[in-house]
Write a protein that binds this ligand. Sequence first.
Ligand code: FES
Length: 579
Amino acid sequence: MTNEKNSKKPLRSAHSYGKLDRDGFIHRSWMKAQGYPEDVFDGRPVIGICNTWSELTPCNSHLREIAEFVKRGVWEAGGLPVEFPAMSLGETQMRPTAMLFRNLLAMEVEESIRGNPIDGVVLLGGCDKTTPGQLMGAASVDLPTIIVSSGPMLNGKFKGKNIGSGTDVWKLSEQVRAGEISEQEFFAAEAGMSRSRGVCNTMGSASSFSSVVEALGISLKYNGTLPAVDARRQALAHVTGRRIVDLVKEDKPLSSFLTRDAFENAISVHAAIGGSTNSVIHLLALAGRVGVDLTLDDFDKIAGDMPLLANIAPSGEYLMEDLHYAGGMPALMNQMGDRIKKHAPTVSGLTIGEQIEGAEVYIPEVIASMDKPVKHNAGIWVLKGNLAPNGAIIKPSAASDDLLVKKGKAVVFEDIEDFKARVDDPDLEIDEHSFMVLRGCGPKGYPGMPEVGNMPLPQKLLEKGVRDMVRISDARMSGTAFGTVILHVSPESLAGGPINLVRTGDMITLDAKARRLELNVDADTLEKRAQENAKLPALQAPARGYLKLNHGHVLQADKGCDLDFLVGKSGDEVKRESH
Ligand code: FES
């Protein structure tokens, strides 16, 4: 029971399984209740498989099977695999929003990894908030770590055509409201949209982040795009199981891959795939955990000008399955030339440059070249101004070009209930030139910053044929959504942001190309409004539980919405025994 890695320092599992005393007896004996023979405690690396499988998270519901393939690889490489559950965050099922619980998952994963006798970890996640939450928690412990994502579901099919998760829900629901399709047709699309397990088949938040994970170098290649039900994803899990054992032996913690260069690659790739705005929040939070100096402005500086190469909905026409058949992330990254920092290491043992070298594009309609991109300037743009002093973001690849520079009259909604109650009121004074402003939807205010920023358009304008308008909020939007939507206005209204001072009828100037967002109201008037607001009864803070913790500690969107006391890491050391 020597438990050694590279014959240098002992494995952390040796503190439990390598002891010959009463403590060692306790740690081993209860594990033997599962039928392990004596020699699995011979000092081999113990690999935790952190699984967010759940039937309430359909996108992750096949991860029990995927875990079995990871275990094959771990056994084969001479490790001991141990699977453990973590809170699963089903984006389509949890209320008020899965994002509220991302940090709770991160806390659970961090303490589960640190508290248990494991030497390395494979994270199994996929649905939007599961992977970021797991990764943040793992980063604060910093063991060798590899991710295997759920993978996208098969292309949706309806009436002989492809339909994409989320993206076509928003389109179909607007078509029903505009009277263009029947309710029966709308319901018929439900089953055809979700034809297999796996994450949304568009470039939503889940596939954006699994692609970003590949670009960060913390998964094996093709993790971003291999369909969930493709046998090759099972093989990827198998090889990951082998590889994590090597990574423990090589003593390569997660932080050895999560460098500033890796984040820059992730941001560039995120732009080239037209990735979800949610990734901005998650990458900022992750950088905070590992101590990489990354700011909201960096997204625009590094990749604001990056062309869109992936022709995938919602920014393009195809779906994730097509992106894989076109060559996946290696082919896409290979197109990016020197926009990829090729020396960045990956968990495969190769640099990212070596990993993507020679990767071919098989379907140029799906993966475009830098010379002939799907769109120009697809990266996240960061807007500043007196309406968003700490920043707001827009995803230009999903916006209408003719709305990016515009002045409009604000129509203000106090919260999402106010919006739902009034948006379809025929008497609402609103036209296609108005700017819809929604507040009360930030990380504290909702709470949890829901995906409601892509407000549905008023029925009377839909009937007129209007399909996009400028929308501004302190909310997020689904990665599958589209439109000229300005999100993550920071600070949020409940944290005293100026978005709280906007009144219906105010003029707002949007100049996204100059990165400006200004409320055209003079400072004296704004000051007067702030004093009037201060006299209103304050919103009651949650009295107990996790909501109280979130309310007291959640950071604003420009800082990644982590809880302030979770920023940074505590490492893997545990000083005391359990008995
Ligand atoms: Fe789970 Fe889209 S709802 S990935």
